[in-house]
Design a protein around this ligand. Structure first.
Ligand code: AMP
Ligand code: MN
Ligand code: MN
Ligand code: MN
Length: 290
């Protein structure tokens, strides 16, 4: 059996409001095609897609869309992502949080352009902004620009040499700290879930330390059911969640229909019974009436 199983929910995916390839309507249609009942749109640092979907009536009847975002932050100098599930994304306070992220991203974009130009790249700022529309420019769109202008051979290469962890373009000083980010999420009624813990290149000891800090700040969820996570890591994370009484979350982290090995609504199974982030979301949505 393939490790990624078709689920009828997905708590992690992206649209064009961040670095996803699909528009919201196309993403929701795909979700309906896959028979997904509950979807959380978790664009990077924004829930603009959720608000647009509600305002424009984009959500099909058979799909329940829940508000969310994937927030960028740092822990001990490393870039970490935290998924915020079920936050109140319409209130003034949250809108101010999003605005602060847009400003951080603008500052970071300027800095990345500076270091890339210094390294000899030609960067057409207007073109990169155009690729990123309607979102603010982020590293995937910078990588796409470098590929389309034949300055690098692939997106993967752009990340490996120029934009990814440990390279000159890995500018992260502007992000808030992990504990502050968790507090923001809980302040706006959300469940904070540590995103794809296998992608931070941490030893198990360091990972436990991160979970300790995350949990101490009020973070209650671990994304233990991720595409591409090796089974040992998954087992370790599920144990960590169980020992700490934390919620297990899962999702595809879908960005594009062109990625053959990653499909919306497909991710690994978890042991049952389990304390699931999905159940938290269902109970909470009912409370909020969203
Ligand atoms: P940013 O929001 O600007 O920090 O960009 C982070 C995003 O870049 C992640 O959410 C991924 O979608 C994408 N990304 C990270 N590493 C890679 C990589 N090695 N190759 C392609 N895309 C990547
Ligand atoms: Mn992304
Ligand atoms: Mn992420
Ligand atoms: Mn993501």
């Amino acid at each position: 059996m393939h490790v990624n199983v078709k689920q009828d929910w997905d708590l992690h995916c992206h649209s064009q409001f961040s670095d996803g390839k699909l528009s919201c309507p196309d993403l929701f249609n795909l979700a309906v095609e896959r028979e997904i009942k509950h979807l959380v749109l978790t664009d990077h640092d924004t829930a603009a897609g959720y608000r647009a979907a509600i305002d424009n009536n984009w959500v099909p009847n058979s799909l329940k869309l829940h508000p969310g975002a994937e927030l960028s932050c740092v822990w001990k100098g490393r870039s970490i992502h935290v998924v915020a599930l079920g936050i109140d994304v319409q209130c003034e306070g949250w809108l101010a949080v999003e605005q602060a992220y847009i400003e951080r991203r603008e500052k970071r974009f300027e800095r990345i352009l500076f270091v890339l130009r210094r390294a000899g790249f030609e960067c057409d700022e207007a073109r990169i902004r155009q690729i990123a529309e309607p979102g603010p420019p982020a590293r995937p769109q910078i990588a796409q620009y470098l590929v389309e202008t034949d300055q690098v051979k692939s997106t993967a290469h752009a990340f490996k040499k120029w934009l990814g962890r440990g390279t000159v373009g890995d500018v992260k000083s502007q992000w808030p700290e992990l504990d502050e980010t968790v507090k923001t999420i809980t302040q706006f009624g959300g469940l904070a879930v540590i995103a794809h813990p296998h992608r931070y290149n941490l030893t198990w000891t360091k990972c436990k330390e991160m979970l300790d800090d995350f949990n101490a700040a009020g973070g209650e969820g671990i994304e233990a059911s991720c595409v591409g996570m090796n089974p040992n890591m998954r087992k370790f994370l599920i144990e960590q969640a169980q020992q700490r009484g934390m919620y297990i979350s899962g999702g595809s982290d879908f960005h594009s229909p062109n990625t053959s090995w990653l499909k919306l609504g497909y991710f690994p199974q978890w042991p049952r019974p389990a304390k699931l982030a999905k159940d938290w979301l269902l109970a909470n949505s009912q409370l909020q009436g969203t």
